[in-house]
Write a protein that binds this ligand. Structure first.
Ligand code: TEU
Ligand code: CA
Length: 536
């Protein structure tokens, strides 16, 4: 199999509004990111996935784009973007942009023209109907919005300010490819592709994901923009299975490098229920089975996995699956070891590497996210109490991932000098912050730094096959096997002691958050014990 730079890379996701504020307006910006590149170089990451920084009315914090080739004023200007690219390149860090082409903002020039002039070519860049069907928006309510200017409804699977694009229109597709090439010519290293599995939608047949022409469009996109270039492309595909993931990521398909699948994330809420009905307890056996399926069915050369616990849409993993009290640091290291030693490209979400947690939202007034606000409105109208609504948002609302990055224990955690930041800073920043992490050789940061380095320096992390081992329910143990070496990873994914009596002979300790010889002598794993060893 041809190896690419991203097979050995670890990618760091930055949510620009919340990473670093350089001009004291309480909002993160591009200059702020540039000022923190030395920190990211120390962590050792290979590339940054930059959530959208394009011109946007910020209805969905930038995932509603009004100009793909201009920078939103709150983040700076194109010179700042080019400076970030140049400064990152000097440090061996690549930049991956967020490609949001399932929809635009309703303030995009295309939609403004389409709305103003029903006979314009842009009209068919979107999806208009005289009558809506009962498709629902992912953000609640109908997926159809009536436009009285042209007396038709337009489709929006997200907010009404995010009209869906009509990918059946070849001229629209070409506009997208031209924009992609414009960014590629600026020296970016690839794209994360927002809900890309929705661009083949057939609304009249109520098909949203995995439509019949989806892969035709992606193959066309590949030939028009990606072919012959060594770019990382990762599709956000909530509806993917391993079989579908092969269609996207098998080199022979000439589509994408990999996808984000979300089957493990689905364990965060009750089966066939909205995410707000969250699960209080992690089902570890189910998690192990999902990882086993994805690790074994996406064979080397047939496709490639992404590996992640967090992103800007998800609760902080320590708060929903780890521990935020006595075992905060140990459980963070354990979850990192469990994830990063599997086959795939790992993604670290800003703050994950220092063990940031969910935010203790006091009331709905502190909530920013349109998805949470729409849920709250609908839930309260349907009789839920505000405490019930807040409980769901506190556990699984997207704002938990979007509170400012915690740099130090000073005011606003060193994120901003403003009196008020756009989202509140977590009060636990007085102990959970980058400065404290860098100062403590035993911090979570240095576990991530070591995992990133291991991946860069060890081919077995790419090549070795995965084999799940039969263990106690809450012990996640697997082998990584090559022709001449076997590595064992063992993680106690619980607050409890777990028996571990597997007879093993260790030739080398690779990484651990515990004393491996004590584990083997006692045949017992302490809460959140995790280690990887090379076997004799
Ligand atoms: O998310 C796709 C998406 O469906 C998520 O919104 C997800 O369903 C939900 O957040 C689960 O809680 C992408 C972006 O990552 C997200 O930030 C955007 O809001 C959305 O697309 C629209 O662009
Ligand atoms: Ca700012």
């Amino acid at each position: 199999m041809k190896k690419h730079w991203w097979h050995k890379a670890t990618i760091y996701q930055i949510y620009p509004k919340s990473f670093m504020d350089s001009n004291g307006d309480g909002i993160g910006d591009l200059k702020g990111i540039t000022s923190k590149l030395d920190y990211l170089q120390k962590l050792g990451i290979t590339a940054i996935w930059l959530s959208p920084v394009y011109q946007s009315p910020m209805d969905d914090n930038g995932y509603d784009i009004s100009d793909y080739q201009a920078i939103a004023d709150i983040f700076g200007d194109m010179a700042d973007m080019e400076e970030l690219l140049a400064q990152a390149k000097q440090r061996g860090i690549r930049i991956i942009m967020d490609l949001v082409v399932n929809h635009t903002s309703d303030e995009h020039a295309w939609f403004v023209e389409a709305r103003e002039n029903p006979d314009s070519p842009e009209r068919d860049y979107y999806i208009w109907r005289d009558q809506p069907n009962d498709l629902d928006s992912i953000f609640g309510g109908s997926a159809w919005q009536y436009d009285d200017k042209s007396s038709q409804y337009y489709l929006h699977f997200f907010s009404k300010k995010q009209p869906d694009l009509n990918w059946e229109n070849a001229a629209l597709r070409q506009k997208v490819y031209d924009m992609m090439n414009w960014w590629i010519d600026k020296g970016i290293a690839g794209f994360r592709m927002d809900v890309i599995d929705m661009i083949g939608k057939i609304p009249d047949q109520k098909i949203a994901n995995n439509g019949p022409k989806l892969h035709d469009y992606i193959k066309e996109m590949h030939q028009a923009t990606l072919a012959g270039k060594d770019l990382l492309t990762v599709g956000e595909t909530w509806g993917a299975t391993p079989e579908i993931a092969k269609k996207y990521s098998s080199p022979a398909e000439e589509e994408l490098s990999m996808v984000f699948q979300f089957e493990h994330i689905g364990l965060q809420h009750k089966p066939n229920a909205p995410k707000w009905d969250y699960e209080k307890e992690l089902n570890v056996p189910a998690l192990k089975a999902i990882f086993n399926k994805w690790q074994t069915e996406l064979e080397l050369g047939q496709g490639w996995n992404s590996l992640f616990w967090n992103n800007h849409d998800l609760p902080r993993v320590l708060s929903i699956w780890g521990d935020t009290a006595a075992y905060r640091e140990k459980s963070a290291k354990a979850l990192a070891i469990a994830l990063h030693l599997m086959r795939g490209t790992p993604y670290i979400y800003q703050g994950e590497e220092i063990g940031m947690t969910n935010y203790p939202f006091k009331d709905l007034g502190e909530i920013d996210d349109i998805e949470s606000l729409n849920f709250a409105k609908e839930a309260l109208e349907n009789g839920k109490t505000s405490e019930e609504v807040l409980d769901s948002i506190r556990m699984i609302g997207r704002d938990n991932a979007r509170t400012p990055m915690q740099w130090d224990s000073s005011k606003n955690a060193g994120f901003s000098t403003a009196d008020k930041t756009w989202l509140p800073v977590n009060p636990n920043h007085n102990t959970i912050n980058v400065q404290a992490a860098l100062y403590n050789p035993e911090s979570i940061f240095y576990t991530y730094q070591k995992l990133i380095k291991l991946r860069k320096e060890n081919e077995w992390l790419i090549d070795a096959d995965f084999e799940l081992l039969e263990t106690a329910d809450k012990v996640f143990a697997y082998l990584r096997k090559t022709a001449d070496a076997v590595y064992l990873v063992v993680v106690n994914v619980s607050d409890d002691k777990q028996v571990f009596d597997m007879p093993i002979a260790v030739s080398e300790e690779i990484i651990s958050n515990t004393d491996v010889s004590t584990v083997l002598t006692n045949k017992m794993l302490e809460p959140w014990d995790a280690f990887c060893v090379k076997l004799c």
